[in-house]
Design a protein around this ligand. Structure first.
Ligand code: BES
Ligand code: ZN
Ligand code: ZN
Length: 480
């Protein structure tokens, strides 16, 4: 799909707020539409008149004018994309207008994001591939806004490429994406956009004494990888450190999951997919902000040397952990990655992203990212980015009892806090122990990372959450 400035498309797209007069079509067509109540302008509503001997127009509803927002524009234009695709429209013209409070660049980006979503397919494993849909979309825009719209086209193309990359990584099964292939993918794709990638092998991970990470990895025949990705355009600037959970499969270990809960655990590397893809967009747009991403990648499997429920293990930090539940493995891998970031990289702040707890889904529902943070300012920046990009985010409160419940009796920490303890919060508090007072935000994406049904502008399967939020956060960090 190609977006460009011009007006040589074959189909004209006209969009209207709810209840507004239809302009730009013939008197006859307008009367026909109105008499038969065929179009009212509700968000995402479509009326099309296409083909030989027609006016070749599509009417698109934007919803109520008082509710205009980037997210409503994205969702409305997703409907347009579906209509273009269903009718195999090869080219169209869209005028970029100025909405109250929204600039031309952002409006163009929201329009493109909505439309381009219909081109995402995950058909890597199908013998008969889905038919690819291509369309040339021409934007008509005021002469003095051309540059803005062109900047927007470039940026949203890079960002949606990253979102699609994240979706692919999460959708790919665990016999295809495992620590080695994940690390190779990061190296190949990120080096193309100037991000430096280093992969630490098991021996090096052992030298770093990442015992918590290594304990989880022990049950698998596949060796763990520690992936370090660096984008450092500025001299003497502390990096933002992004850490992604990279369990390429989570069987639960000896606390084995039932088959129904296990099939989707190929998606337990959703956090790592998001940070790798964010680095891709950051590199491609050459965002002027130092960022380092870290992924401790392994599988949680069962064999004769797998860690057990009840084991007491150590960590890179030296804190000991009683493994109450081998299925609470994500926090163990993150503990060492967070401590590595906090102790070795002199970070400005740390953001970790993880498909961490079922409890988060119970608490907030499956569309919402749950957050735990030790810093109001950095958290506010993430919240602002999430709101701006249309991703749902909610911060959990933390009380004394949550902190108490991760403390152990025979080891320093417990990796699981049991039913009724606020599992999404206590998982976050466990992680906080390893960030060494660095300003930090933990994002639990167990719900929105992957879904059996489409929602918002997301397809079924992987959504690409929270690549858009992370990219925007990094990009805006130095502003204000
Ligand atoms: N990867 C899971 C969390 C998860 C659940 C992600 C559903 C996506 C969808 C995680 O490793 C896990 O198993 N967590 C346990 C923790 C418990 C044992 C303390 C959980 O949430 O049940
Ligand atoms: Zn688990
Ligand atoms: Zn897991």
């Amino acid at each position: 799909m190609e977006f460009k400035i011009g007006n040589s498309g074959l189909v004209k797209v006209l969009y209207f707020f709810e209840g507004n007069d239809i302009l730009g079509v013939s008197k006859e067509l307008k009367e026909y539409v109105n008499e038969n109540k065929l179009f009212n302008g509700k968000r995402g509503e479509i009326f099309s008149n296409l083909g030989p001997n027609t006016e070749n127009i599509i009417l698109l509803g934007l919803g109520k004018e008082s509710e205009v927002s980037l997210e409503n524009i994205r969702r409305a234009f997703l409907s347009l994309g579906k209509c273009l695709k269903a009718n195999k429209v090869k080219s169209c013209n869209i005028e970029i207008k100025n909405f109250d409070g929204l600039c031309y660049k952002l409006t163009a980006e929201a329009i493109i994001e909505g439309i381009i979503n219909v081109t995402y397919n995950f058909d890597n494993f199908l013998k008969d591939k889905k038919e690819a849909y291509d369309c040339e979309v021409f934007f008509e825009v005021l002469e003095n806004k051309l540059d803005h719209v062109e900047d927007g086209i470039k940026e949203i193309n890079a960002l949606m490429e990253a979102v699609f990359m994240c979706r692919d990584l999460v959708n790919r099964p665990a016999n295809d994406i495992y620590p080695e292939t994940l690390a190779n993918f990061a190296k190949e794709e990120l080096e193309k956009v100037g991000v430096e990638v280093e992969v630490l092998e098991k021996k090096q991970i052992e030298s770093l004494k990442m015992e918590a990470f290594l304990s989880v990895a022990r049950g698998s025949d596949l060796p763990p990888k520690f992936i370090i990705m660096k984008h450092l355009p500025n001299k003497d600037e502390k990096p933002i450190v992004l850490v992604g959970k990279g369990l390429t499969y989570d069987s639960g270990g000896y606390a084995i999951k039932p088959a129904t809960g296990m099939v989707d655990m190929k998606t337990d590397m959703g956090g790592s997919a998001a940070v790798i893809s964010t680095m891709y967009a950051v590199g491609k747009m050459n965002v002027q902000r130092n960022v380092i991403a870290l992924v401790a990648s392994c599988e949680n499997m069962i064999n004769g040397s797998a860690y057990r429920n009840g084991d007491i293990i150590s960590s890179m930090k030296g804190s000991t952990i009683e493994v109450i539940n081998t299925d609470a493995e994500g926090r163990l891998t993150l503990a060492d990655a967070l401590y590595y970031g906090a102790s070795k990289l002199n970070p400005e702040c740390i953001v970790d992203v993880a498909t961490l707890t079922g409890a988060c889904i119970y608490a907030l529902g499956s569309r919402v990212i749950g957050a735990v943070s030790n810093n109001d300012e950095v958290y506010a920046k993430i919240q602002e980015s999430a709101d701006f990009m249309g991703e749902y985010l909610w911060r959990f409160p933390v009380f004394e009892e949550h902190r108490e419940s991760v403390k152990g009796k025979v080891a320093d920490l417990l990796n699981s806090t049991g039913p009724g303890s606020g599992g999404a919060i206590t998982a976050g508090i466990f992680l906080e122990h390893f960030v060494e007072n660095t300003p930090w935000v933990h994002l639990d994406i167990a719900g929105p990372s992957y879904s059996s049904s489409a929602w918002g502008t997301n397809p079924e399967g992987a959504s690409g959450t929270p690549v858009k939020t992370l990219y925007n956060f990094v990009k805006k960090y130095n502003k204000k």
